[in-house]
Design a protein around this ligand. Structure first.
Ligand code: NAD
Ligand code: GLY
Length: 360
């Protein structure tokens, strides 16, 4: 059975299909929504070795005309240079405004294809076929697209919603355990920011999730996508509550850029960032130490890192100052009030707030 969640954005609303073994239905689903007949499938060698032929078969059978574009695999390639490779191939193959793009892969592919779709010929439609847990619960939904700059994560990008998201949890069977764990960090995030019952459910179900058991995965993906869709419906362009989704991300992004892209998985860096955010929240009296301990214990159980790498406070602060959330030198931090609720907090003095946590 396929579950459908809608991201309700008026005439730009779109469905998220969630199920197992549903990749082969992509061609029919794209026909149903009137997707352009000429499409480019953008993927990387790791993903296309497993799923490239299923996707090209379902599309060919449904009458689509295909171009396959293969990008190098890795966060370190999520940049303008790789993006240019997409534009080059589209232009060389005479893609025009009546064509569409298909992102087949994890968050790196999804973010780059989304940005290419937002900018190629000032915009062509695209769909997301996320194949990592992280992409299924977060990056494929909500329309944030971007590439990295050497000095900061996702600094060059656009908001651009897909026409559809198709999530086949069976694709997670080929995913490395480290990548499954990284995706779980974003799942835990939803519990902390929005739903204590879901957090408690994760405490009870982390083992079946780690083992990629289908029912548990579908339940976690569905809940995560629903929470994200509800938030994006209220605040598509991060003027208010969408910022809650950045819980743990400012510090996480600093780790990723200091370590060099690709060294830390995004989800791993977010796990440590969430713990730092929880400790700051406790220091400000917004949550109990017991809440911090629950967050640490769940992330540890999921085999995620819980300690920040050993960079100097100055390095961390310099990296965080380049974050997109800094305005006029003031950082907006997401802090948790207990578990299941968060608030935004303005931090003019980044150094002091983080020094209490990093150098207690
Ligand atoms: P990723 O895309 O690099 O994928 C991780 C690895 O898994 C890659 O080597 C990939 O080739 C491989 N892979 C993908 N699917 C596979 C499968 N089914 N089987 C085997 N291997 C597979 O990393 P990610 O964690 O998916 O995404 C991280 C990126 O997402 C970061 O760049 C981050 O900034 C971005 N992100 C964006 C948003 C957003 O809202 N746009 C939200 C969260 C994260
Ligand atoms: N991953 C944060 C957001 O989509 O807003």
């Amino acid at each position: 059975m396929t579950e459908i969640i809608t991201v309700p954005l008026g005439d730009r609303s779109y469905p998220i299909h969630i199920g197992t073994d549903i990749l082969k239905t992509l061609g029919d689903k794209l026909k149903e929504i009137g997707f352009p007949q000429r499409v480019a499938i953008v993927s990387n060698p790791t993903v296309s070795q497993y799923y490239g032929s299923i996707v090209s078969n379902t599309l060919s059978t449904a009458g689509f005309d295909l171009l396959e574009i293969t990008l190098p695999d890795g966060e370190e390639f999520k940049n303008l240079q790789t993006l240019e490779q997409i534009y080059d191939e589209l232009i060389r193959n005479n893609f025009d405004r009546s064509t569409g793009l298909i992102a087949l892969g994890g968050g790196v592919i999804g973010d780059m294809v989304g940005f290419a779709a937002a900018t190629f010929l000032r915009g062509v439609p695209f769909v997301q076929i996320p194949t990592t847990l992280l992409a299924q619960v977060d990056s494929s939904v909500g329309g944030k697209t971007a590439v990295n700059h050497p000095l900061g994560k996702n600094l060059i990008g656009a908001f651009c919603q897909p026409e559809m998201v198709l999530i086949d949890v069976a694709t997670l069977n080929t995913l490395a355990p480290r990548e499954v764990a990284a995706g779980m960090a974003e799942v835990v995030k939803y519990g902390v920011i929005k739903d204590e019952n879901f957090f408690a459910w994760l405490e009870d179900n982390y083992l079946p999730l780690q083992n990629c058991e289908t029912d548990a995965l579908i339940a976690a993906v569905k809940k995560s996508c629903q929470i994200k869709a509800d938030i994006v419906e209220i605040d598509e362009k991060e003027g208010s509550v969408r910022a809650f989704l950045n819980y743990g991300h400012t510090f996480g992004h600093a780790i990723e850029s200091l370590a060099g892209y690709g060294q830390w998985k995004h989800g791993e860096a977010v796990a440590v960032g969430m713990i730092v955010a929880a400790k700051i929240s406790a220091a400000q009296g917004l949550c109990e130490q017991a809440d911090v301990q629950r967050i640490v214990a769940l992330l540890k159980a999921l085999k995620l890192p819980v300690e920040p790498p050993d960079y100097s406070l100055n390095d961390y602060v310099a990296a965080m100052r380049r974050d997109k959330k800094v305005k006029h030198g003031t950082l907006t931090l997401v802090l948790n009030q207990g578990i299941g609720n968060v608030k935004l907090s303005q931090v003019p003095d980044i150094s002091t707030v983080f020094s209490e946590i990093l150098n207690p």
